[in-house]
Design a protein around this ligand. Structure first.
Ligand SMILES: Nc1ncnc2c1ncn2[C@@H]1O[C@H](COP(=O)(O)OP(=O)(O)OP(=O)(O)O)[C@@H](O)[C@H]1O
Ligand SMILES: [Mg+2]
Length: 249
């Protein structure tokens, strides 16, 4: 279980993440949504030790991991991807994943086996020997995911793994994520592609201006006025007024 307790970070004047408390269990596929600049990536940075919080604490499987280094957090079974993929461009797809599997498995043959399994899970077996540089975005995103899976995590935090994908690739990625979740790994995804969020997740957390403004099922979030207002701003107020006007006629 992943838990944040009033986690907060301030950057000279801006509170990017503002007293966010959340509990995430592996039995629900979770999405974190919110407008650009809401603090989603910063929240992942706080959870995974890339950024120290100004206030608050992070717990993973009942251990207080606040202040731990990123590699210690990976060791504890919590692993993340980055919004902008960070691949070893000159290495092959397989070797990129090996970097992940060697994290735990020091015997190269066993590590290679784990890497192949991770590639199979994301559907990249065919291009295992290609170099990472020049891969299209859809493959880069899946490779990043394979690398995270190769660390044999208990829970993965995915920062926009569907960003920039075609609708077909989004469908394929959704299947991959559902497969990972069904395999018993906790999945937490930051995502802007609402069709995928609504279809895939069981529980949605909504951030706006650093604050957690709503938590609920896709159905609940879809019909939540506070959430609509955060996304649509003034347009929302106008749409509401129009709706009221029409109802009155
Ligand atoms: N290291 C930093 N120093 C100063 N400000 C930062 C830093 N990191 C993030 N911010 C600011 O914090 C706010 C939240 O940024 P963040 O990247 O977490 O948003 P996000 O929800 O991931 O947005 P997007 O959907 O566009 O990826 C933004 O205003 C951003 O400019
Ligand atoms: Mg982000």
């Amino acid at each position: 279980m992943l838990k944040t307790d009033s986690i907060t970070v301030r950057f000279s004047g801006l509170t990017a993440v503002d007293h966010v408390s959340m509990e995430i269990t592996s039995d629900k596929l979770v999405a974190i949504i919110g407008p650009n600049g809401a603090g989603k990536t910063t929240l992942f940075n706080l959870i995974t030790g890339f950024l120290p919080p100004t206030e608050g604490r992070v717990f993973f499987n009942h251990k207080d991991i606040t202040g731990w280094k990123p590699h210690q957090i990976t060791n504890s079974g919590l692993c993340r991807t980055f919004q902008i993929t960070k691949l070893f461009e000159q290495l092959t797809v397989l070797d990129n994943v090996l970097v992940g599997s060697l994290w735990y498995e020091k015997r190269i043959s066993a590590a290679r086996e784990v890497a192949w399994e991770a590639l199979a899970k994301v559907g990249l077996l065919d291009i295992a020997q290609q170099t990472a540089s020049g891969l299209p975005i859809g493959h880069r995103k899946r490779l990043e995911l394979a690398r995270v899976l190769a660390t044999q995590p208990k829970m993965v935090l995915l920062d926009e793994v569907m960003g920039g994908l075609t609708p077909q690739e989004v469908g394929e990625m959704s299947e991959v994520l559902a497969g990972i979740f069904d395999g018993g790994i906790g999945v937490v995804m930051i995502e802007h592609i609402m069709s995928a969020v609504m279809a895939l997740s069981h529980r949605i957390f909504v951030l706006n201006q650093g604050k957690l403004i709503a938590v609920g099922s896709p159905e609940e979030i879809r019909n939540n006025d506070v959430v609509l207002e955060a996304y649509l701003g003034k347009h929302f107020a106008r749409a509401k007024a129009k709706q009221a006007e029409m109802a009155a006629q």
